[in-house]
Design a protein around this ligand. Sequence first.
Ligand code: ZN
Ligand code: ZN
Length: 157
Amino acid sequence: MNLEGGCACRAIRYRLTASPLIVNACHCRDCQRLTGGPFAINIWIEAKFVEPGRIAPKSFRLSAGSGKPLDIFFCDTCGTALWSRYHIVPGDCLFVRAGTLDTPEAVKPDVHIFTRSKLPWLTLPEGVPAFETMYKLDEIWPAESRERLRRNRAEQA
Ligand SMILES: [Zn+2]
Ligand SMILES: [Zn+2]
């Protein structure tokens, strides 16, 4: 997989050089506020597979629901949020916003999370796992992704 994306003003460009570990649709209130939409589509991927272009995004820090900080990376010119980093997440991973891809139809959510704050008019597709809050990775992730994350954590150690 070699997906490209960027911000609305095109100052910031990036390329994903591996397939996602998993694609989470997150319906938490923070994601609703940050996207202005009903949920965020987060591509969970090792940071080394997010190849930045010439200009690096700026970041700001929020305190996530977990109590551990969350950094949001955005374009300094147009304000588009491109990805985030959750400090509670093991390894060195980013959550890339699928809506910033040039071809956002290239990925679709594998799982819906924090559906306790899902907007009531939105009906989730049948057959896609959905959780009130977060899930345990072993419940959802394919073996290949679990192995990639294990290797990523080992590289960080
Ligand atoms: Zn921009
Ligand atoms: Zn969220």
